[in-house]
Ligand binder design. Structure first.
Ligand SMILES: C[S@@+](CC[C@H](N)C(=O)[O-])C[C@H]1O[C@@H](n2cnc3c(N)ncnc32)[C@H](O)[C@@H]1O
Length: 219
C-alpha cells in the first residue's frame, strides 16, 4: 500500500490516507476512518484538499514529521488536520482571516496540540512575528487576486534558506478573463524573477478545476 514518499501518508489505488496517532482517531470533516494492520487511517479527500490533490498528482513535495509549516488560508482546518497527522514532532502555524472559520480551527487545536491557530490577515506577516519562527515550508491556499504578493511576503519573512514554498493558484481569482495556463505561466515567471527556483508545477484538475500547485525553493 503506498508509493508516497511522505512518512505518515499512504495511498491505496487512487485513495489517500494519513496515519492517525494515538488519541486522534476522530473524524474532522466527515472523512472515513479506516483500520488496517494495527493502524488507524483517515481518508484524505483530494476534492476537499488541494494538498491531497497535489500529492495524488505526484507533485514533488517534501515534508517530514519534525517540520514547521506556516499555513496561509487555513479555513476550518481540513488540510491542516492532515498535516497535523504528519507532523508528529512538528508544528503547523495556521493563519486564517475569518473569525468564523477560526472558531472551528481553535476547537481543532484543542485536540491537536501541534496546530497553532493564528487569526490574522496574511497580507501583514509582521503581525505574527511574535508567534511564528523560521519555517521549513510556507504553504498558501488563499483564493485572492493578490495571492502571489501574500505568498512572497511570507516567504521573505519566514521561510528558511532551502525551504519549500507551496502555492495553490486559483486562476479565476487572479484573472477571470485570462486562460488559466497563461495565469500559471505569469505566476511562474514572477516567482523566477524573485530568484525562486521552481521545483515542480502540476495542474490540479480534475480534483480542483482551474487550480495549479507550484512548488519553489528559496536559495
Ligand atoms: C480555499 S480556502 C482554504 C481551504 C483550506 N486551505 C483547506 O484546504 O482546508 C481559502 C481561505 O483563505 C482565507 N483567506 C482569504 N484571504 C486571507 C488572508 N488575507 N489572510 C488569511 N486568510 C485568508 C479565507 O477566509 C478562506 O478560509
Amino acid at each position: 500500500m503506498s508509493d508516497i514518499r511522505i512518512e505518515g501518508v499512504m495511498k491505496e489505488g487512487n485513495r489517500l490516507f494519513t496515519t492517525v496517532t494515538v488519541g486522534q482517531s476522530e473524524s474532522v470533516y466527515g472523512e472515513k476512518i479506516v483500520h488496517k494492520k494495527n493502524k488507524t487511517l483517515r481518508a484524505w479527500n483530494p476534492y476537499r484538499s488541494k494538498l491531497a490533490a497535489a500529492i495524488l498528482k505526484k507533485t514533488n513535495i517534501l515534508c517530514s514529521k519534525e517540520n514547521k509549516i506556516l499555513y496561509l488560508g487555513a479555513a476550518t482546518g481540513t488540510t491542516v488536520s492532515h498535516l497535523s497527522d504528519i507532523l508528529i514532532q512538528g508544528t503547523v502555524y495556521a493563519v486564517e482571516v475569518s473569525p468564523f472559520a477560526m472558531q472551528k480551527l481553535i476547537e481543532l487545536s484543542k485536540k491537536r496540540k501541534n496546530i497553532l491557530p493564528i487569526l490574522a490577515d496574511a497580507f501583514h506577516p509582521e503581525k505574527y512575528r511574535h508567534i511564528v519562527p523560521e519555517v521549513d515550508i510556507v504553504y498558501q491556499d488563499i483564493s485572492q487576486r493578490n495571492q502571489l504578493q501574500i505568498f512572497i511576503k511570507n516567504i521573505e519573512n519566514y521561510l528558511k534558506k532551502n525551504g519549500q514554498g507551496i502555492i495553490m493558484v486559483k486562476a479565476r481569482s487572479i484573472n477571470v478573463t485570462m486562460e488559466p495556463n497563461k495565469v500559471y505561466e505569469e505566476i511562474k515567471q514572477k516567482l523566477q524573477q524573485q530568484s525562486y527556483k521552481i521545483t515542480d508545477y502540476k495542474k490540479l484538475d480534475p480534483y480542483a478545476k482551474d487550480h495549479a500547485c507550484i512548488v519553489v525553493r528559496r536559495s
